[in-house]
Design a protein around this ligand. Sequence first.
Ligand code: KG4
Ligand code: ZN
Length: 333
Amino acid sequence: MICLSIESSCDETAVAIIKDKREVLANIVSTQIDIHKKYGGVVPEIASREHILHIPFVVKEALDTANISFKDIDYIGVTYGPGLVGALLVGVAYAKALAYVLDIPIVPTNHMHGHIAANYITYPNLKPPFLSLVVSGGHTNLVYVEDYTKFKMIAKTRDDAVGEAFDKVARVLGLPYPGGPEVSKLAQRGKSTYKLPKTKFENYDFSFSGIKTAVINIANKEKEKLNKEDLACSFQTTVCEELVDTTINVMKDMNIKEVALAGGVSANIYLRDLLQKKCKENKFTAYIPDLKYCTDNAAMIGVAASYNYEANKYFKIEDKLDLNAVANLKIDN
Ligand code: KG4
Ligand code: ZN
């Protein structure tokens, strides 16, 4: 079975072709980073317009790369949330039109389920159940993946997402958007010398606004004297320890032996290494997606869509012309 998948939830216009659920025949990502960089973050209106300009060409490139034509597609997977509503709508509208014209089913797919499904590409034998540490620009969650289409929320952030905290810290340190990779680069040249606050709740929830504010206060106080490398390193070390320690606690308490990392922040080398190390110490298994499937892409959406398709979570577009984007779509069901 061939799936054409579309992802347009934020600032990447992405289209992939997936064969038989997990095989990536094409994975094309057209990024808008350079356009948003000058504004210091994603401008939603510009993101939507850019998606409109690029989507037909990204689809064509995906088909050409996979060496197939429209008639070979069995169903269309599309991200319908969560994300920027105007950006999502471009992908959803395109997918609806294509499904209508080709008279094939459409599979609305949750962007965060896509991030988790990125692991199925890197690890062909990985099967649920497992725990997933989901870390992106908008999310920080521990999710129990009971089955391919069954998700249970274990923990969430009470304020900022970890990627958001990385991006805000980057801004304070004078680094360009997107901040996560820049903070990570700077941190590699520093030492963890600043003592930053960690949070602890009676359940497993996270919080990153306190540490973000502490970093801002230190930067404002120390001004020219500030050692940016050390502050970046202290921030990265503290948040990654908080993420990994909580994950290991949940695995011990719930007797779960496998964890899959997911979301844009899973591209962070320090986090990848720390999770791997702590899992080894506890005789747990860590699954960490290939770097190219960590940040937003459509291959992960195609894989998640394929499991939705298998679970009959699809329809003929004539039966549901009102399919819409859902900006705040939840991970669990
Ligand atoms: O998953 P993603 O591409 O988009 C969302 O669904 O949000 O995640 C983007 C987030 C941004 O906050 C970005 O700064 C962060 O992931 N990120 C990183 C790294 N690469 C991307 N954060 C820390 N270290 C990285 N290497
Ligand atoms: Zn994402």
